[in-house]
Design a binder for this molecule. Sequence first.
Ligand SMILES: [Fe+2]
Ligand SMILES: [Fe+2]
Length: 323
Amino acid sequence: MTPASVVAPAEDPKRLADFEARIARGETIEPKDWMPERYRRQLIRMMSQHAHSEVVGMLPEGNWITRAPSLRRKMSLMAKVQDEAGHGLYIYCGTETLGVDRHDLILQLLAGTAKYSSIFNYPTISWADMGAIGWLVDGAAIVNQTMLAKASYGPYARAMVRICKEENFHKRQGFEIMTVLSGGTPEQHAMAQDSLNRWWWPSLMMFGPHDADSPNSGELSRWGIKRKSNDELRQRFVNMTVAQAKAINLTIPDEGMRFNEATANWEFSAINWDDFWRVVKGDGPCNRERLAARRKAHDDGAWVREAAAAHAAKQTESTEAAA
Ligand SMILES: [Fe+2]
Ligand SMILES: [Fe+2]
């Protein structure tokens, strides 16, 4: 979804005022309710980016399923990757309640015109990365998605409630991998620390640009889609994660980090936004590889879609014949 597609005609002021009053009263907006065109387009943009992120997010971890160090690890990693496919499916279904066809959204992803979370454009080079991703990436997703579970659009909010339950399992399995590695041999501890060093900053970037540089934020919060700002959610994540890193004897790679007694926040150093924008614009370490993998999966799955369509056509035919 390009930013241009979010542009929408002016709305009838009376209907818009009624709609905003409903949001202010904390009512949930449902698919058949009237909504401003921009609200609908912003939701499609946001939900489709989210669905794409779930599906592309399967790739860095799928890379390690065959190399998991034990059957138990392999089973939980497979279950996690499978959950992410389910999350994608669930949210794509949610976008269809807004009048779009998920096939069109998937074509935008494959064409490289849709965005997904930039975190999945980094490589997974050690087993510890499975731990760091679960702990940090799913951990950051929980912070974001717990807020989205209170979003004003009913189908999206309800999807988040279920998804967050599964994300909790993902975070725990990741944290447990990190705990075991950190308490293992010196080599294993070093592997866990190296992984934290590589994933820490990209995880902070997952919350998006600073509020002042986030063009959609004002409207999203006025319409109850976003309940907290990017910076507030990022701070919440940092405050939680510092204590967790200490508990497992790992060091957050930020020498400038300080606890501010007055605000009770862990203050952190400046984020390298140049790196963020470079990755968002398609030049991260794995952008091309991720899209190539998705295109291949789509092409390889053509026979499944054709078979499903043929089956559906037969079913309709026999139902009509019986009628
Ligand atoms: Fe997920
Ligand atoms: Fe997850």
